[in-house]
Design a protein around this ligand. Structure first.
Ligand SMILES: [Cu+2]
Length: 136
């Protein structure tokens, strides 16, 4: 039951986030959050990465320039997505939530430059919360 509530909250947060990010656009976004590798192609899209049950829903994401990755904390503990390296966060400038996300909070990062952005949880920079976003 608790997981269902968390899932519903996460979906609502994602939908609200997509609504605000796509106001004025005519292209419907697609959310991909249940496969090991999320690949975004074609029109500008948003890909969600969820913190849930002490892990990331996906650790590897491939997007196009202009796409947005939405980090949603559906976990009980706080999480702080940020670019490597820890603690400088300088590999992908601007990719830093700047604070820990509490349960139910989210952080959106739009990637404008081709490259590879590895990231970590600044609150807990262990391997469990490391991932890679490839921008093509
Ligand atoms: Cu850090």
């Amino acid at each position: 039951m608790k997981n269902a509530v968390i899932a519903i909250v996460a979906v609502v947060v994602i939908i609200i986030g997509i609504f605000f990010m796509n106001r004025g656009k005519t292209i419907a976004p697609t959310i991909t959050n249940s496969v090991p590798v999320a690949v975004s192609r074609g029109p500008v899209k948003t890909v969600a990465i969820n913190y849930v049950n002490g892990a990331l829903s996906i650790k590897t994401v491939i997007v196009n320039t202009g796409d947005t990755v939405l980090f949603v904390n559906a976990d009980a503990k706080p999480h702080w997505p940020a670019s490597d390296p820890h603690p400088a966060h300088t590999n992908c400038p601007g990719f830093d939530a700047l604070h820990a996300l509490a349960n139910g909070q989210s952080y959106a990062m739009t990637f404008h430059n081709v490259g590879v952005c590895t990231f970590h949880d600044h609150s807990n920079p262990s391997a469990a919360f490391k991932g890679t976003i490839t921008v093509q």
